[in-house]
Write a protein that binds this ligand. Structure first.
Ligand SMILES: *[C@@H]1O[C@H](CO)[C@@H](O)[C@H](O)[C@H]1NC(C)=O
Ligand SMILES: *[C@@H]1O[C@H](CO)[C@@H](O)[C@H](O)[C@H]1NC(C)=O
Ligand SMILES: *[C@@H]1O[C@H](CO)[C@@H](O)[C@H](O)[C@H]1NC(C)=O
Ligand SMILES: *[C@@H]1O[C@H](CO)[C@@H](O)[C@H](O)[C@H]1NC(C)=O
Ligand SMILES: *[C@@H]1O[C@H](CO)[C@@H](O)[C@H](O)[C@H]1NC(C)=O
Ligand SMILES: *[C@@H]1O[C@H](CO)[C@@H](O)[C@H](O)[C@H]1NC(C)=O
Length: 542
């Protein structure tokens, strides 16, 4: 997924000229751009050839470069070979909360085209492929019977990758909970999920663990909870308030009309159970499999660069609060065994607590951290409404306004990496997703994506030099796929797929060629080099 909140916000803001926020956004973006353009001119004059020098040799020899996808977004074959629906199928067929059209019934049809896709990866020289398993393809009811066809598909995919020398990095849960478990006990808000998730993980470790060494239990737990249970804009589309989305400057038409949910309690319950499910699966792996399989367990979250809108102490404190509510929510339990104090203070009795045993389990539950990073947001203090503490929802507890920050030379990933290094125990890090959005049918010459990847890969090299423990980098996404917050309208792929082509032929974009050249340590095409050095600002698309 990508933080398309920003996209939603921007697109809708632009379409509504009467929206004051749109003006604020534009003014900020413009001012930043002018300043940065000036700085860039100076830098380019002083340091000709900086862009050109980016080389794979700057990375440790065991560093892995890859690309990412997730099951529902690429596989298709939604009703084939015994797969049953996930909550994402239900959401898509129910209209995607009116945000966009489309579903993952066919998507990229990777279920049938996995050999071709592995060939693409091999052709561009990827070291690794990050994908997820569709729980309801492997275990259609979420628990109980294994689907032999599902098992066979993942074995085939894994074997195909290995035979091409590509490491499989698997995410067990990428937002597509089996609908059966949602129906039975409301999925992640019930503690029953811990047992079923652990049993599912057990099947995966047992069946695939001889060949798979990198396991991520959950993808973007923080966003799954915020979007799915506070705002109701992704499955399972649960929420109880729509007013609080005003603090995100979201267009009102993006606010899901949830038929059930409780934005005051459920986001916290969902994350709590995600963390417990993860810790339980990790304990199982460490006890039963690690000695034999020598693999590693991680957890994934979305990281965002938060920047105070002004230098007033209110906004600076609000920025720390946003960091705690969105990232500390996950990072503090994994590092210190408990939620951040800010959250305890603002959420009170609605925030679940860990027993001492759970807390200890949590602290020893990860070998690596998977982070996704796309961009940054300004934070403005949003004074709590005069509401009883019991009635506030997640956004009101956080008490901030998050404002799109579109700047050409965003360096806020440095601060995120520094805080992971200095504030959270310097875990080994895999950057599981990073990428740039364009309109799906725009040119195969995707210069903005090339520049974005060039910039971020360069930033990662610098961060490693200054002591960040980063082990791998994955571009989101390998293919133009079914995007969680924009369907088939936006795309992040290295490969374009024309949806009107019955064969869904994959066509390499310039970014695929650029990435391949970089990975093969080939000299950059002169035209590409000149274009990168001619550091014109990125279009404000992302
Ligand atoms: C992989 O590269 C070979 C050689 O350049 C080419 O013939 C083939 O079509 C490529 N395969 C895919 C799936 O792009
Ligand atoms: C939500 O419900 C209200 C009232 O029924 C309706 O006016 C509005 O159009 C709905 N919004 C969406 C996004 O469905
Ligand atoms: C949410 O749950 C809490 C605790 O059970 C309850 O007090 C509150 O009324 C619920 N809110 C809504 C909107 O249902
Ligand atoms: C806040 O202060 C920092 C450091 O002094 C400065 O770089 C930044 O531009 C200031 N931001 C604003 C919005 O004034
Ligand atoms: C912009 O990015 C370049 C690398 O592409 C970096 O050297 C430079 O410091 C950045 N400028 C600012 C103002 O952050
Ligand atoms: C992309 O272009 C095709 C063919 O022109 C068109 O049918 C399709 O609707 C377009 N898709 C999007 C998402 O714009």
């Amino acid at each position: 997924m990508h933080i398309s909140l920003i996209n939603c916000q921007k697109n809708t803001a632009e379409s509504r000229s009467k929206n004051n926020m749109a003006l604020i956004l534009k003014i900020f973006a413009l001012t930043e751009l002018l300043t940065i353009a000036t700085v860039l001119v100076v830098i380019i004059l002083l340091l000709p050839g900086t862009a050109y020098s980016l080389s794979r040799d700057e990375f440790p020899s065991d560093f892995v470069f890859g690309a990412s996808t997730s099951a529902y977004q690429v596989e298709g074959a939604a009703n084939e070979d015994g797969r049953k629906p996930s909550i994402w199928d239900t959401f898509a067929h129910g209209g995607n909360a009116n945000m966009y059209k489309g579903d993952g019934d066919v998507a990229c049809d990777e279920y049938h085209k996995y050999k071709e896709d592995v060939q693409l990866m091999a052709n561009i020289s990827l070291d690794a492929y990050r994908f997820s398993i569709s729980w309801s393809r492997l275990i259609p009811d979420g628990k109980g019977q294994i689907n032999p066809k599902g098992l066979q598909y993942y074995n085939n995919l894994i074997n195909e990758l290995i035979s091409h020398g590509i490491q499989p990095h698997i995410t067990l849960h990428h937002w597509d909970l089996p609908q059966a478990l949602e129906d039975e006990y409301e999925g992640w808000i019930s503690k029953k999920i811990v047992k079923d998730f652990t049993a599912y993980a057990d099947v995966c470790f047992r069946e695939f663990g001889d060949r798979v060494k990198y396991w991520t239990t959950l993808n973007e737990a923080n966003m799954q909870a915020m979007f799915g249970y506070a705002l109701g804009i992704i499955p399972p589309q649960r929420c109880s308030t729509s007013t609080s989305t005003s603090t995100l400057s979201l267009d009102p038409s993006f606010v899901a009309n949830c038929s059930k949910g409780n934005s005051s309690t459920e986001p916290y319950l969902a994350v709590h159970h995600m963390l417990l499910a993860h810790a339980s699966a990790a304990r199982l792996y460490n006890k039963k499999y690690k000695g034999l399989q020598n693999g590693f367990i991680g957890f994934n979250l979305l990281t965002i660069g938060f920047v105070p809108l002004t230098n007033t102490s209110d906004d600076i404190i609000a920025t720390r609060r946003a960091q705690d509510f969105i990232m500390g929510w996950i990072l503090n339990p994994l590092t210190f065994g408990d939620y951040p104090d800010t959250m305890k203070r603002n959420v009170g009795s609605r925030l679940p607590s860990f027993t001492e045993k759970e807390s200890n389990l949590m602290k020893s539950s990860i070998d690596f951290l998977g982070i996704n990073f796309y961009n940054s947001l300004y934070v403005k203090n949003y004074p709590p409404e005069s509401k009883n503490m019991e009635d506030r929802d997640y956004m009101q507890d956080m008490a901030v306004e998050l404002i799109t920050r579109l700047i050409e030379n965003d360096t806020s990933i440095d601060e995120v990496l520094d805080s992971l290094k200095n504030g959270y125990g310097n875990f080994p890090i895999y950057i599981h997703e990073n990428g740039y959005k364009t309109l799906r049918n725009s040119s195969l010459n995707d210069w903005p994506r090339v520049k974005y990847l060039h910039k971020y890969i360069g930033t990662i090299a610098n961060a490693i030099r200054s002591g960040s423990n980063i082990k791998g980098y994955f571009v989101w996404s390998l293919l133009d796929l079914f995007e969680i917050l924009s369907g088939y309208e936006g795309s992040f792929g290295l490969y374009y797929i024309d949806l009107n082509d019955p064969n869904l032929k994959r066509q390499p974009k310039l970014s695929a060629k650029w990435y391949s050249n970089f990975l093969k340590n080939k000299p950059m095409d002169l035209k590409i080099t000149m274009e990168i050095e001619n550091d014109t600002p990125l279009p404000l698309e992302n």
